[in-house]
Design a protein around this ligand. Structure first.
Ligand SMILES: *Cc1c(COP(=O)(O)O)cnc(C)c1O
Length: 219
């Protein structure tokens, strides 16, 4: 692996205001430390056990992002330290995050995940209607220990650039609609988490603000 040279190549392509989440799932602590020594401080994981054990053993100034599907009964394990949960895909999950955040005396930042891909397997809200009923409810307004700072999505795993581009455009449009309808007073609602190793150049052109890159770093 040429982690440092991979990272410098990626960093050179990323505008300064774009956030990079180094996706470290399945990687060893040694490899993660190499990225850390290069200067990276934001890492993303998609399995709870792995996330918890890496958080315990790696430097404490790392910001850990949970990027994968999160089961409600697992929230308690990461609530003490997680800095951003990317894939909130149900109201039930959001309520549990709020409950566990409260127990830890924290406000946990979250992104709402939209299902934009054509594959069945990917999680996320499928319509703005579903999202509208969540965001306009009284219960949502009472969730004072979560802060929604934007949206996240994954494009279809395909070589068809046109399809990827149109899925990212749809996500951006959803983001703008939510911002206008529910978050116009909140400057903190500004993040669009889209783009992985295979499609982040396209995502950047479609106004992504956070890219999540794993394989291009650890190869
Ligand atoms: C694995 C993963 C990534 C990174 O994928 P790469 O193709 O390795 O860059 C990004 N986002 C999510 C949600 C992932 O699970």
């Amino acid at each position: 692996m040429q982690i440092a040279s991979n990272l410098s190549k990626i960093r050179n392509e990323l505008p300064a205001d774009i956030k990079l989440v180094v996706v470290s799932k399945t990687q060893t602590n040694k490899s993660i430390l190499e990225a850390y020594q290069f200067g990276e401080r934001v890492f993303g994981e998609n399995r709870i056990q792995e996330l918890v054990s890496k958080q315990e053993s790696l430097p404490k100034d790392i910001e850990w992002h949970m990027i994968g599907h999160l089961q409600t009964n697992k929230v308690k394990y990461i609530a003490p330290f997680v800095s951003l949960i990317h894939a909130v895909d149900s109201f039930k999950l959001l309520k549990e995050i709020n409950k566990q955040a409260k127990k830890n005396n924290r406000i946990i930042k979250c992104l709402l995940q939209f299902h934009i891909a054509s594959e069945e397997s990917k999680h996320g809200f499928t319509s703005l209607g579903e999202m509208n009923s969540l965001l306009s409810s009284q219960v949502f307004k009472g969730l004072s220990n979560v802060q929604i700072i934007g949206v996240m999505g994954m494009a279809t795993n395909t070589n068809d650039e046109k399809q990827i581009r149109s899925e990212f455009k749809a996500l951006k449009a959803h983001f703008e609609e939510l911002k206008q309808s529910y978050f116009s007073e909140q400057k903190t609602f500004k993040e669009l988490s889209m783009g992985m190793s295979g499609d982040y150049q396209i995502a950047l052109k479609e106004n992504s603000t956070i890219v999540r890159i794993g394989s291009n770093v650890f190869s």
